[in-house]
Design a protein around this ligand. Structure first.
Ligand code: PHE
Length: 349
């Protein structure tokens, strides 16, 4: 082997070594340019062939071609190797440990009204009541007439009613009492039920009114044996359960509802503590919570019930109960979607 070829062999080994020890694609591109680029080492060797004899051209040309191919192959192999190791490194560093516990504190929750409705439903289920709802679009028979509120009765004025356009007898129910009528018509008596649902009155939205709100209403009817004493006991159990205290004192104050006789207002003792109301048996003041009474005989008549029937009914506004329990003074807070308010209500529910 001539000196020149030995020298070439030596350089080739060095180039191959620098290729196999390159750690980045950029580095390899530089090596490629330095060897095979326009003024690269191998390229200049090819150019130098022109000055050689045919014999030499053949031998040296072949050697250069072999070297050039070997270099190209080594470079592309090394590029593949580097790319593979980049992927492996990413897989190693981006591993997700699915067994780690979650650190998020932003889970959603049921709305405060939904939670209250569910608690009320559970209370009455446990006491053997059916829990029902009916249509929100009603006829005035179910919303008024059947409840002993005939046309031109002054009580119709106090229920500021939304009528459906084009109808004078189809409306958005102003209370859930219609469900009581529908149930008695369908199943007769005895009956032991509550209804929970949306109701509508043409009120402006303010801190204590909303054109849409929710009512809970109970009805217990049998052929005999039900008195206002049973009503009072049932009410006390409910208030106790809802406000989670055994220490409850209630009174029934005479009032008027066309569908009851007698009708009463349900009052409950409370105390003011640190700006908040607390329902407690030794409270000095009375708070009105809802309405109730013994079912008026005309209501039974409208439901097609014949023979003796005795029973009681009671009704509460859900928003008012929730406001009292959570201590908020503006019911709009219940409907607004401010996450801070909802979170606050949720924490003190
Ligand atoms: N439905 C009545 C109202 O909305 C409430 C009530 C129910 C009163 C049952 C007495 C008995 O005003």
């Amino acid at each position: 082997m001539s000196d020149a070829s030995r020298e070439f062999e030596c350089s080739l080994n060095q180039w191959m070594e620098s290729i196999s020890s390159a750690t980045s694609i950029g580095e390899l591109e530089k090596i490629r340019a330095g060897l095979l680029g326009k003024s690269g080492a191998i390229t200049s060797e090819f150019r130098a062939l022109a000055k050689l004899s045919i014999e030499e051209k053949k031998i040296i040309g072949e050697r250069l071609n072999i070297a050039k191919n070997a270099i190209e192959e080594a470079i592309s192999e090394q590029i593949k190797k580097i790319k593979r190791s980049i992927i492996e490194e990413r897989l190693r560093s981006e591993v997700v440990d699915i067994t780690l516990p979650s650190v998020s504190d932003s889970f959603g929750s049921l709305h405060i009204l939904t939670q209250a409705m569910r608690r009320i439903r559970d209370h009455y289920h446990a006491r053997g009541f059916l829990v029902l709802d009916g249509p929100e679009i009603e006829t005035d028979f179910f919303n008024f007439d059947a409840l002993n509120i005939p046309k031109h009765h002054p009580a119709r004025q106090s229920h500021d009613t939304f009528y459906i356009d084009g109808f004078d007898d189809v409306l958005l129910r102003t209370h859930t009492s219609c469900v009581q009528i529908r149930t008695m018509q369908k199943t007769g008596i005895p009956v032991r039920m509550i209804s929970i649902g949306k109701t509508y009155r043409n009120d402006k939205l303010d801190s204590t009114h909303s054109p849409m709100f929710h009512q809970i209403e109970g009805l217990v009817v049998d052929r005999e044996g039900l008195t206002i004493g049973h009503l009072k006991s049932e009410l006390k159990k409910f208030i106790s359960a809802f406000f989670e205290t055994e220490d409850v004192a209630i009174r029934l104050r005479p009032s008027y509802f066309p569908f009851t006789e007698p009708g009463v207002e349900i009052d409950c003792r409370y105390k003011k503590e640190g700006g908040r109301l607390r329902i407690t048996g030794d409270g000095t003041d009375w708070l009105e919570l809802g309405g109730a009474g013994m079912v008026h005989p005309n209501v039974f008549k409208h439901c097609g019930i014949e023979g003796p029937a005795y029973g009681f009914a009671f009704g509460f506004g859900l928003e008012r109960l929730v406001a009292l329990r959570t201590g908020i003074s503006d019911i709009r807070n219940i409907y607004e979607t401010d996450v801070r308010t909802l979170r606050y209500l949720n924490n003190i529910r």
